[in-house]
Design a protein around this ligand. Structure first.
Ligand SMILES: [Zn+2]
Length: 80
């Protein structure tokens, strides 16, 4: 689990990292791209100014488009 966490969290001490927001501090204008994992006790949102019409900032809009899409043949859990 700790290996996964080091991959999804930004490097420590990087001052370019946007402000961290929690569920309590996130506002309607903040990017809600999630970092971390609530299961391991480290979880926050990007918090940068979001782009109109999108829940994410410019940077994370791009990341969302680059994320590998699940193949159509992948089993999907049924929503009941
Ligand atoms: Zn963002």
């Amino acid at each position: 689990m700790s290996n996964n966490l080091s991959k999804i969290l930004p490097p420590e001490g990087n001052q370019a990292t946007p402000e961290r927001k929690t569920v309590q501090t996130l506002t309607a204008d903040d990017c809600r791209w999630p970092f971390g994992d609530p299961l391991v006790g480290v979880f926050y949102f990007c918090g940068a100014r979001r782009r109109d019409g999108s829940p994410y900032c410019d940077h994370h809009i791009r990341e969302a488009f680059q994320a590998p899409k699940p193949r159509a043949t992948v089993h999907r859990p049924q929503l009941t």
